[in-house]
Design a protein. Structure first.
Length: 325
C-alpha cells in the first residue's frame, strides 16, 4: 500500500489520539498546524511530526501533503475542507463534518471530483458492524423494524464552554448526536422521511437534550435520546421480527449480544465479537488510505450525507438556527 503524507489541523484531545494512530499505522506524520504556535510546536515534538506550519493555508499549499485531517471545532470544518479539496487534497474531518446540510452538499460535490472526503465517525469503521450487517443480511433477525439508541454526556454547567456556545455550533445534536444518528441510519433501509422531536434548550439557546423519532418509507422507525446534562449508556438496539441485537459503547464497539426470539419458548443468545476499541482511530486511518487506493469510500460519504440531512431536519423542527445557517 502507498505511504501517504498526512497534515493535521488542530492539536486538541482527539488530535492527540489521531496522531498516535497515524504514528502506529504509518510510522510518522508529515505536518501539523494550529492557532497557538507554542502548543503546535509542543505537539509536533511530542508526536514526532516532521513539519510545523504557520497556518492551515500554508500546509494545504504544500505539494508534499496528500491527506488533510481536520480536528478543529466544527464551525471551521467547512472552510478548511473546501480549501483542502480545491487544492487537490483528500480530507478526513472530525464529526460533525459540517454544521448543516447545505455546507455538506457543497463539499460533497467538490469531493466527487475524484477525491476522498471522510467523516471521523468511529462506528463506520469498527469491524463489529460488518458482522452485525452480515447477520441481518442472512435473515436470522427477520425484518428489521425498530432501532433504539442513546447518547448522554454530563458536561459541567458552564455557559461559556464550546459545548453550549451557539456561535461554535454547540449542543447535544452536533456534538454527540452524530454518533446516534449514524447508528440509527446504518440499520434503516432508507433515509427517513418523517421526523418527530422535542427538545429542552440550554440557556444559551443550544439543545441541551432531546427525544427524536424517525420513520422511513418502509415504516422502519428509530428512537433516539440525547443529552449533554444527563449521563446515559451509549447503547443501541436493532430489533427485527426474529430477534434483536444490543450493542453497548457503540461508537467504538467490539461486541454485540444477539437474542433470537422467533420461538418465545426457546429463545437463545449468542455474542459476536470483532475488533479492538483501542484501535478505533487506526481503523479510520486504514480505511481512509484504502479508500484512496481503490478510488471509492464504500458509500461512507453518502451515509454521512444522510446523517447531515437528518440533523438539519431535527433542528428545523426545533426552530433552532445557528448564526451561520
Amino acid at each position: 500500500m502507498t505511504t501517504y503524507n498526512w497534515g493535521m489541523i488542530g492539536t486538541g484531545v482527539i488530535a492527540h489520539e489521531m496522531a498516535d494512530a497515524l504514528n502506529a499505522v504509518n510510522g510518522s506524520i508529515y505536518g501539523v498546524t494550529a492557532v497557538n504556535a507554542e502548543q503546535t510546536q509542543q505537539f509536533a515534538t511530542e508526536k514526532h511530526i516532521q513539519h510545523v506550519y504557520p497556518n492551515a493555508e500554508a500546509m494545504i499549499a504544500d505539494a508534499n501533503i496528500d491527506i488533510i485531517y481536520i480536528a478543529t471545532p466544527h464551525t471551521f470544518h467547512y472552510d478548511y475542507i473546501k480549501k483542502a479539496l480545491n487544492a487537490g487534497k483528500h480530507v478526513l474531518a472530525e464529526k460533525a463534518i459540517t454544521v448543516n446540510a447545505k455546507q455538506f452538499d457543497e463539499v460533497q460535490a467538490l469531493a466527487m471530483k475524484k477525491l476522498i472526503l471522510t467523516e471521523g465517525l468511529t462506528l463506520f469503521h469498527m469491524p463489529i458492524y460488518q458482522k452485525v450487517q452480515d447477520l441481518i443480511a442472512s435473515g436470522k433477525l427477520g425484518d428489521i423494524n425498530m432501532v433504539q439508541v442513546n447518547f448522554g454526556s454530563l458536561k459541567d454547567y458552564d455557559p461559556t464552554n464550546r459545548f453550549f456556545n451557539k456561535d461554535l455550533a454547540g449542543g447535544a445534536l452536533l456534538d454527540i448526536g452524530g454518533y446516534a444518528t449514524a447508528f440509527a441510519r446504518s440499520f434503516l433501509n432508507s433515509q427517513p422521511n418523517v421526523t418527530l422531536t422535542t427538545v429542552k434548550f440550554f440557556e444559551t439557546g443550544v439543545d441541551e437534550q432531546s427525544g427524536i423519532i424517525l420513520k422511513n418509507p418502509e415504516q422502519q422507525m428509530a428512537v433516539m435520546a440525547l443529552s449533554l446534562r444527563a449521563k446515559q449508556p451509549k447503547r443501541g438496539v436493532v430489533s427485527g421480527t426474529k430477534g434483536y441485537v444490543e450493542i453497548n459503547n457503540y461508537p467504538r464497539a467490539t461486541e454485540a449480544l444477539v437474542t433470537y426470539t422467533e420461538d418465545a419458548h426457546s429463545s437463545h443468545t449468542e455474542t459476536l465479537t470483532a475488533g479492538n476499541s483501542d484501535l478505533a482511530l487506526q481503523y479510520e486511518v486504514q480505511d481512509m488510505q484504502r479508500y484512496i487506493e481503490v478510488g471509492h469510500d464504500d458509500g461512507q460519504l453518502a451515509m454521512s450525507r444522510d446523517v447531515s440531512h437528518i440533523m438539519d431536519d431535527v433542528r428545523n423542527a426545533w426552530g433552532m438556527k445557528f448564526p451561520f445557517d
